[in-house]
Design a protein. Sequence first.
Length: 117
Amino acid sequence: QVQLVESGGGLVQPGESLRLSCAASGRIASIGNMGWFHQAPGKEREFVGEITRNIGYTNYADSVKGRFTVSLDNVKNTVYLQMNSLKPEDTAVYYCAASSNRSYKFWGQGAQVTVSS
């Protein structure tokens, strides 16, 4: 099993930045990718970005390319989501996730991000 604990959500104004963290524990060696998803009120959970644990390859949703960055500290077993130039439409609960055998199986508790003036 893998446990994920998120931190760093909050309320920011449009154009500001925020960084989310997600610390992993447990069977770290079983993790393939670590990713971020978000879920806005009344909508389904959507993919935001991910990083491969072995070589650090990243992949992003079109809506966040150039604004969000996923990074990984393998010493701390922590994945980060740096969010810049935030927009009101980025408001959502953000979840980190860890994949095993090519599917996301483990999830964090979620962190609320609200972008509002």
